[in-house]
Every structure is written in C-alpha cells, then in structure tokens.
Design a protein around this ligand. Structure first.
Ligand code: PGA
Length: 247
C-alpha cells in the first residue's frame, strides 16, 4: 500500500518569524494525523531553523533543489550531501520553475536525481507539460521524455522510494487545476513506467476545496502544494483530505 504524502513547496517565500509560526502550527496539526505523511520543502537558508523546529514532530524536512555535482568550484550551488547534513529527507528535482526559468534540462535533472539518491535522501521528480504541449496533444510524450531521462540513468528500481510529482505547468500558481480525471489519466500513464509502490503526487493549484476530489483518484498518492502550503489551516486541511482517501 502506498502511504499518501503531502509536501509543501514554499518556493521563495519565508522569513525566520513567519517560519516559526507556520511550522509550529503545521507540526501541531500534523501530530494527530494518521494515514498520510507530510513534508515541507523550505529555502536553503532556513534548513537549520526548520530542522530544529521540526525535530520530534511528524513533519519531514525537504529542500527545493540540489546540485548534480558532489563538490567543487560551483559558486552558489548546494550539494545533496550538504542537505543531508541538515536532516533533509526529500529534495525536489526538476520543478517546472527550475526547468523554465533556469534552463534545467533532462540530463542535468537526471544528474540531480542521482545525486540526491546517492546522498541517502528521497528525490521528488517533478514532471509536467505546458499549455502549448497539452493543446498540441503532447502531454504524454512530454512527461514520458522527462521521466525517461531519469529512468535511463537511475533505473526503475530507484522508484521504490523516489517520488514523482505530476505538475501541469498551466496549473501551477494559476488557480486552474487539472480535473481529477485529467490528473488520473496522466498518473495512470506514469504508473505504467514506474512501480506499483511508487508514490505519484499531483501538484498545481491544489487547495482545500479541490484536494479531496483529486486524492480520491486511484493513482493520485498525495500532493505537492505551493501557495496553500504557506497557510497552516489550508495545508492541514489538504493533509487531512489525503489521510481520509479511501482505497
Ligand atoms: P501551486 O504550486 O500549488 O501554488 O500551484 C505548486 C508547485 O509549484 O509545486
């Protein structure tokens, strides 16, 4: 059975004061949740603060990116081994903002995925099509290509633990979510290339009001949450919806 996972992606939103209030509220709310796991992916400078605040709680810590290199002259980069030293369990890899705004390609992303695994953490591989690709009927071809690059390098067995997040680019931060049926169709397509136990999260404008319908889909194993992860009550409502999903 796949344990549902709800992961917050804080993106570049945080401050020491806001983090403390948010993490204390999330940890308190998550304490009584059974049947779903929860994580927050925070900006690098706050990893130590978040690790301290989350110690002994049910909320796991994650980061939003990692270098594909182990170490060396890579100014401004952060290695997977460094993240592991701060109790990170999850690392987002290949988020569409990294692909689109920072030009990360499939080869680099597969290197990041393998670096995160090598450091003993769980990569969360993000895949998803743009609106243009969807309208051109290239949704499956796009996500297959993104996944294939990682499978070729790390193998299907890596997905016994690694997580995939399907995030249609047109749904991210837009308030326009994929319908539960649209999400399920892509998740089922991805599942054929993964393992029965691989967790496949949906991301893109997940809110308390649509999370239950999305999580009721057979191959939707939780969510990657952006905007709603910054509001404790919303994030906890989404976590509760994941915990309630019927098999
Ligand atoms: P959103 O972001 O929930 O704000 O759409 C999701 C993501 O980018 O991971």
């Amino acid at each position: 059975m796949r344990t549902r996972l709800v992961a917050g992606n804080w993106k570049m939103h945080a401050s020491k004061a806001a983090n403390r209030a948010l993490l204390e509220a999330v940890a308190a709310g998550a304490a009584t949740v059974v049947g779903a796991e929860c994580a927050v992916c925070v900006p690098f400078p706050y990893l130590a603060q978040a690790a301290g605040l989350l110690q002994g709680t049910k909320v796991a810590l994650g980061a939003q990116n990692a270098s594909e290199h182990a170490q060396g002259a890579f100014t401004g980069e952060v290695s997977a081994a460094m993240l592991a030293e701060f109790d990170c369990r999850y690392v987002l890899v290949g988020h569409s903002e990294r692909r689109q705004l920072y030009g990360e390609g499939d080869a680099q992303i597969s290197g990041k995925f393998s670096a995160v695994l090598a450091a003993g953490m769980t990569p969360v591989l993000c895949v998803g099509e743009t609106l243009e690709e969807r309208e051109a009927g290239r949704t499956q071809a796009t996500v297959a290509r993104q996944l294939e690059a990682v499978l070729a390098r790390s193998g299907r067995a890596a997905f016994a633990t690694a997580v995939v997040a399907y995030e249609p680019v047109w749904a991210i931060g837009s308030g326009r979510t994929a319908s539960p049926a649209q999400a399920q169709a892509v998740h089922a397509f991805l599942r054929q290339r993964l393992l029965p136990e691989t967790r496949i999260l949906y991301g893109g404008s997940v809110k308390p009001g649509n999370s239950e319908a999305l999580f009721s889909q057979r191959d939707v194993d939780g969510g990657l949450i952006g905007g709603a992860a910054l509001v404790a009550a919303d994030f906890l409502a989404i976590l509760a919806a994941a915990a309630q999903r019927k098999e």
